[in-house]
Design a binder for this molecule. Structure first.
Ligand code: NDP
Length: 499
């Protein structure tokens, strides 16, 4: 399935133009409006995408209604078989899809090749397996009884962020489709191609037309989805501020919502920890995907007894082991940030850190690697001598910027770690098994790791406390969030009536 090819007058070069994906095929809009997508590592326009205008929007809903009627009438095991075919196709096309993600996001090939497609496929596989096992309940009430049915919600909307575009599309479509819903998905306009490729795969696997439609565009298209009366649920991944707008809009039609939002997560390193492992975790949790991961441990609290050892190793490994450059080069392990404005935003935060008195241990500037001189790179940056009230310690930066803080007392560091309105993730490094659990149980975060950081298997529910989110993705409970319970009471006796 090829997109239309056209010459764009603004660029005077041949770049593909992708249309919206509605009812099992690409569909042209009527307005002719489109937007350009750039490769963050080269600053070049790599393709254009048509905006979902009114004609596309109404087609998407009509198609989803038809798709839902067909899909929800299938048995869970029939749906499961089809979804498992899609999983096989995702795995078969791993490299092709990973390349799409590298070119759209600027992340290193060495990550996309083994994480993005595979973790997406894992989640669809998990929910495909789980759906046929979902059961209602039955209970006698005297001679009468009732039973419950887990029914799909109807048409759901998914709205994605740009850091893991294909994975996010899989994480939302997996449970939504397994439970029998139709999904209209809007990827970020920075990274729109992965979702289209997933739509192609679903159709090839046998998912009926209209069950997974992809609409393209910016906030306006997202807003339309959140306000549409025929959409029953919105699953959103993005910033806290946008999440609040989405929820407000969804409230006008009482939609169910799942909110996967931002974080400013703490990592606590105690003095009995394996320091090399803790350094690995801090680096993974700040520099993987060039720091553009929602769960990143951007506040690293280190016990004063191991502080010097920790920052020595951290500095050495950061300066010696990180290779920025053309993300398609398999040696490269630090890619480009998503856009020039985002690069500037991250650099502004770094300047603010310096201004407020934090000390740069390493990094702190934009990079121009020889193999990708026009890319939006920022050097892996570590601040020490940080205080809890600094802007860089309080606000989500979403770039490769780590703040290291010192602590002495367990209760005090727990209090400091919790002193934020965000609560997405948290980590603890210690060899003391009792302390590990004691501390983790007191941390106000939905996703926690002990002597690990960042792992997110399909089986494990993930989501935020406080302003970091509502609801969960992955894990058994997520399937429930895409169903509604119907209770059916069955009378076994003649009805007694006073009338
Ligand atoms: P944004 O909130 O800017 O955008 C997310 C999505 O919402 C995009 O598709 C965007 O469209 C769309 N959108 C923007 N405004 C509206 C609106 N008013 N109504 C409906 N949709 C709208 O987030 P980013 O894309 O910048 O992603 C980064 C953020 O995502 C970070 O805060 C990060 O922490 C968070 N995130 C959270 C994750 C989690 O699981 N908790 C995982 C990954 C990221 P467009 O971009 O096209 O304008």
């Amino acid at each position: 399935m090829e997109p239309n090819m056209t010459t764009t007058s603004s660029q005077q070069s041949n770049v593909p133009v992708y249309q919206n994906f509605i009812h099992g095929r690409y569909m042209a809009n009527q307005s002719g409006e489109s937007f350009a997508v750039r490769n963050p590592a080269t600053d070049e326009v790599i393709y254009h995408v048509e905006v979902a205008d009114e004609s596309i929007q109404s087609a998407a809903i009509e198609s989803a209604k038809q798709g839902f009627a067909v899909w929800s009438a299938m048995t869970p095991i029939e749906r499961s078989r089809i979804l498992l075919k899609a999983v096989a196709l995702l795995r078969e096309r791993n490299d092709e899809l990973a390349k799409v993600e590298v070119l759209d996001t600027g992340k290193p090939w060495q990550e996309a090749e083994c994480v993005d497609v595979q973790t997406g496929a894992d989640v669809i596989e998990y929910f495909a397996g789980l759906a046929p096992a979902q059961v209602g309940q039955q209970q006698m009430v005297g001679d009468d009884f009732y039973y419950t049915r887990k029914e799909p919600l109807g048409i759901c909307a998914g709205i994605g962020a740009w850091n893991y575009p294909l994975q996010i599309a899989c994480w939302k479509s997996g449970p939504a489709l397994a439970a029998g819903n139709a999904l209209v998905f809007k990827p970020s306009e920075e990274t729109p191609l992965g979702a289209l490729k997933l739509a192609e795969i679903f159709v090839e696997a046998g998912v009926p037309e209209g069950v997974f439609n992809v609409v393209q565009g910016a906030a306006q298209v997202g807003q339309w989805l959140t306000a549409h009366a025929d959409i029953e649920k919105v699953s959103f991944t993005g910033e806290v501020g946008t999440g609040k707008k989405v929820m407000t809009s969804a409230a006008s039609t009482l939609k169910d919502v799942t909110m996967e939002l931002g974080g400013k997560s703490p990592l606590l390193v105690f003095d009995d920890a394996d320091i090399s492992d803790a350094v690995s975790a801090a680096m993974l949790g700040n520099f993987y995907t060039q720091g553009e991961i929602c769960t990143n441990c951007t506040r690293v609290y280190v016990h004063k007894n191991v502080y010097e050892q920790f920052i020595d190793e951290l500095k050495t490994r950061t300066e010696n082991n990180i290779i920025a450059g053309d993300p398609m080069n398999p040696e490269v392990n630090l890619g480009a940030l998503i856009s020039k404005p985002h690069q500037q935003l991250v650099l502004n935060y770094i300047a603010k850190g310096v201004e407020e008195g934090a000390k740069l241990l390493t990094g702190g500037e934009a990079l121009r690697p020889d193999s990708a001189p026009n890319g939006y790179f920022v050097a892996p940056t570590i601040f020490v001598d940080c205080h809890d009230d600094m802007t860089i310690v309080k606000e989500e930066i979403f770039g490769p910027v780590m703040s290291v803080l010192v602590f002495d007392d367990e209760q005090d560091v727990i209090k400091r770690a919790n002193n934020t309105h965000l609560g997405l993730a948290a980590g603890v490094f210690t060899k003391d098994i009792q302390r590990a659990h004691r501390v983790i149980h007191q941390l106000e975060a939905g996703i926690c790791w002990i002597n690990a950081y960042g792992n997110s298997p399909a089986e494990m529910p993930v989501g935020g406390y406080k302003h970091s989110g509502i609801g969960r993705e992955n894990g058994v409970e997520t399937l429930d969030q895409y169903t509604q319970t119907k209770s059916v009471y069955v009378g076994m006796n003649k009805i007694e009536s006073p009338f």
